[in-house]
Design a protein around this ligand. Structure first.
Ligand code: A2P
Length: 341
């Protein structure tokens, strides 16, 4: 026995990674369905090393009989189709931001708040956090348990795959155009991304922050602790895969560097690589294709009473999106769905 699983947005950067992750982790699926827009219907996507799936049109797909659907086709598609899937008895695990702050929708990073999955039945929808939030809460959780985090300041260095396949194509095309002296065009990003950095992700809010920065604050509160104050500066960098974050925390209780490192190293999904020497830290280029969240450069912040600084990187398509969604699905089938795996 197993589950019928659909991937919505199966031709996109995250959707493809979802299919890879389901296959790699031997998710107990009897059938996997790849869904995308009408224009992709009939094309093929890979499922694991050997299998391919024929893409079907989401608009005409009947979710009846599908147990779980992983959505990664953008907010408006989730807004319309996740409730349709849910009404047909399918649990929607949604990677878009659309349902994240809905009080009836759990927002889950399994290493941090797996128990929240229990509330999935209110709407039959579970939300996956923003990619920058997912890796950050994994790194913060063991420190919060030890010393109670009061405040977080975070600067992000986010790769173009966070903007989907078209964002990756734009970095590639612009880089090539610059080398061969062709004109450079921006369509996905507001400014040239090749050989540049852009301090702007998602739309501007009234207070001058961006929606990406607001998401980090509100999602950390919902997943980890509403008492934590967090301010973020989110920046797009010309990296294909892997988000990096410089994180500055203040805790209620004092916390030594050694205690912090040990607690992080023992935490599931977190790996500390921190040698204070050339090459003794992890960069996005090395974490692409990996499941873990990596922490490096842990040190005291001498400017505040109980302050710590660290560097945190992870593959945004994996822990930031596809892997986390599949881990939610694993938690759901293990603890909540009736069909035996
Ligand atoms: P398609 O390739 O058919 O447009 P990314 O975030 O990497 O850009 O991927 C977006 C994903 O969302 C793709 O799989 C894309 O499919 C899918 N998608 C976009 N619009 C729709 C739509 N109207 N209906 C179904 N899937 C869609």
């Amino acid at each position: 026995m197993g589950y019928k699983v659909a991937v919505v947005g199966a031709t996109g950067a995250v959707g493809r990674e979802m299919l890879t992750t389901l296959a790699e982790r031997d998710f107990p699926a009897t059938e996997v369905v790849a869904l995308a827009s009408e224009k992709s219907a009939g094309t093929e996507v890979s499922y694991g090393e050997e299998k391919t799936l024929k893409v079907q049109n989401l608009a005409t797909y009947d979710f009846k009989g599908t147990d779980i659907a992983l959505f990664s086709a953008g907010g408006s598609i989730s807004e319309k189709y996740a409730p349709i899937a849910a009404a047909a008895g399918c649990v929607a695990i949604d990677n878009s931001s659309h349902f994240r702050m809905d009080p009836d929708v759990p927002l889950v990073v399994p290493e941090v708040n797996a128990g929240a999955v229990a509330k999935y039945g209110k709407r039959n929808i579970i939300a996956n956090p923003n990619c920058s939030t997912a890796q950050l809460v994994v790194a913060l959780k063991p420190l919060h348990d030890l010393a109670q985090i009061k405040r977080v300041v975070v600067s992000t260095y986010q790769s173009v795959s966070g903007a989907g396949k078209e964002g990756m194509d734009e970095l590639f095309t612009q880089t090539r155009a610059i080398y061969v002296n062709d004109p450079v065009e921006n369509t996905q990003f507001t400014k040239q991304i090749a050989f540049n950095v852009i301090p702007h992700i998602d739309k501007f809010m009234d207070d001058g922050s961006t929606k990406e920065e607001w998401k980090m604050t509100s999602e950390v509160k919902k997943i980890l602790d509403p008492a934590i104050e967090l301010v973020a500066m989110c920046v797009r960098v010309p990296v294909f895969i892997g988000h990096a974050e410089a994180v500055f925390i203040e805790t209620e209780d004092s916390l030594s560097v050694e205690e912090a490192r040990d607690a992080m190293q023992d935490f599931p999904g977190l790996v500390v690589v921190d040698h204070r020497a050339d090459e003794g830290y992890v960069t996005p280029q090395e974490c692409a294709g990996e499941d873990a969240v990596y922490v490096s450069r842990v040190r005291k912040d001498p400017t505040v009473k109980n302050g710590l600084i660290f560097w945190c990187v992870s593959d945004n398509l994996r822990k930031g999106a596809a892997l986390n969604a599949v881990q939610i699905a694993e938690t759901l089938v293990k603890n909540h769905l009736e069909k035996a795996a």
